[in-house]
Design a protein around this ligand. Structure first.
Ligand code: GDP
Ligand code: MG
Length: 443
């Protein structure tokens, strides 16, 4: 991944202060490769990197960040901005019926997305929706929309092969008006490649129904071609947004950057599957991470570097990985750190291997329980913390009284400690420990 590459290339250069031009050029070469692999269009890569270089120059390398990580942070930030910064909702602020026009190549996912949007508008926004197919070249396409739209329970305005698509759209609009529908979604025909006739037709459709939203639907797997297609559509249509489909496949999301850069229009939704519930609101930061290929690890680093005392983390990491083992004092320290890092669950979620750990530690994820655990351990002698086996019945009673809990609570806590200790042994050298070591050390 890009993270590994940058770590290799940049982190041999131990630097403090600010990123230098040399470091940035080296890192930019790696980034270029990563963007190419993610299928971002070449001209888009070039303009993105030029802008990025300017931003990265002088970026601070703090105590806790290596040059590689400092650079990655800039990349993550700039990429998110280039993808639009924040998510942008569908615009429904117009006299109903609000018209949504779907545009894009054949097979891009227009018909599927029409049904997905209809479902979302109906179920989440409580809108009444009419859909219509203007794909008069393929009987199967009209039938396909009828089936999926009926499946989600929205009104389908009928159309047939051989009719004039412009007239169909006008009639559908009149019908939607008469029904007092909130939204009309117009599904259109597409060719396998951009051609003049199709472009003229979609432009005429646009003029006829005056849509509030003109959505360009594009298959994220088309890679380099996505940019050219987007340009062709943006040239003839005032696009208001983009739907990127098939993001559930092997797509690394590069098309998002290409299409956003070329059209300048917000990506509003992602199609993440064939079923009608597989439509997600687009979040620029998530796709940025996907393009960089590092999941949420960067976010985790940011969150934890803010909150965790690096030295303490390093100490803990050493303990976790040392042969000597993990005692109750370490367990307490770990609990306290979890507390200061925020909700245990949200942290674990992001760690490599975290899901497994999350499942195993399910019982200790409540803040209250963490506080109780800490209180119980506080009531022990240092000797007891070091050698938990010493804690027999009478000691348990004393500890319970001292921390104001029942003896069963002490037992439960000791069992949790044991589970955790076993887990730590398993994790040593892997996910958590490595993470903490990196956080604690010269990151
Ligand atoms: P249209 O020609 O633009 O109307 O495209 P369709 O809606 O007919 O979709 C073409 C194919 O892509 C169909 O087989 C869909 O099931 C599939 N498809 C559409 N969107 C998605 C998606 O988000 N994920 C996946 N995996 N398949 C999709
Ligand atoms: Mg279709």
């Amino acid at each position: 991944s890009l993270t590994q590459r940058l770590t290799r290339t940049l982190d041999s250069i131990r630097g403090q202060g600010r990123l230098t031009e040399d470091q940035i050029n080296t890192a930019a070469r790696e980034l270029r490769m990563a963007l190419l692999e993610a299928d971002v269009a070449l001209p888009v890569i070039k303009s993105f990197i030029d802008k990025l270089k300017a931003r990265a120059l002088g970026a601070e390398i703090t105590q806790s960040l290596t040059p590689g990580q400092a650079f990655l942070r800039v990349v993550q930030h700039e990429l998110t901005e280039a993808l639009g910064g924040t998510s942008e909702p569908l615009n429904l602020r117009a006299q109903p019926p609000v018209v949504i026009l779907m545009a894009g190549l054949q097979g891009s996912g227009k018909t599927t997305t029409t049904a997905k949007l209809a479902r979302r508008l109906k179920e989440d926004d409580k809108k009444s929706v009419v859909v219509v197919s203007c794909d008069v070249y393929r009987p199967a396409a009209i039938e396909q929309l009828r089936i999926v739209a009926t499946g989600v329970g929205v009104d389908v305005f009928p159309s047939a092969v051989g009719q004039d698509p412009i007239q169909i759209a006008k009639d559908a609009l009149a019908y939607a008006r008469k029904q007092f529908a909130d939204v009309l979604i117009v599904d259109t025909a597409g060719r396998t490649t951009v051609d003049q006739e199709m472009m003229a037709e979609i432009a005429a459709l646009h003029a006829a129904v005056q849509p509030t939203e003109t959505l360009f639907v594009v298959d994220s797997m088309t890679g380099q071609d996505a940019a050219n297609t987007a340009k062709a559509f943006a040239d003839v249509l005032p696009l208001t947004g983009v739907v990127l489909t098939k993001v559930d496949g092997d797509s690394r999301g590069g098309a998002a950057l290409s299409v956003r850069t070329v059209t300048g229009r917000p990506i509003k939704f992602l199609g993440v599957g064939e079923k009608t519930d597989k439509l997600e609101v687009f979040h620029p930061d998530r796709i940025a991470n996907r393009i960089i290929g590092q999941g949420d690890v960067l976010t985790l680093i940011e969150e934890t570097t803010k909150k965790v005392d690096a030295e303490q983390a390093q100490k803990l990491a050493k303990k976790l990985t040392s042969k000597k083992g993990f005692d109750l004092a370490d367990f307490r320290e770990q609990m306290q750190q979890m507390q200061s890092m925020g909700s245990l669950e949200s942290i674990l979620e992001k760690l490599p291997g975290g899901a497994q750990m999350q499942a195993q530690l399910k019982n200790v994820n409540a803040e209250k329980e963490i506080r109780r655990t800490v209180a119980i351990i506080n009531s022990m002698t240092p000797q007891e913390r070091k050698f938990p086996d010493l804690i027999k019945a009478s000691r348990k009673r004393r500890i319970a009284t001292g921390s104001g809990v029942e003896v069963q609570e002490v037992n439960k806590m000791l069992r949790q400690f044991e589970t955790s200790r076993d887990l730590m042994k398993k994790m040593a050298g892997g996910g958590m420990a490595k993470m903490l070591r990196r956080l604690g050390g010269k990151l």
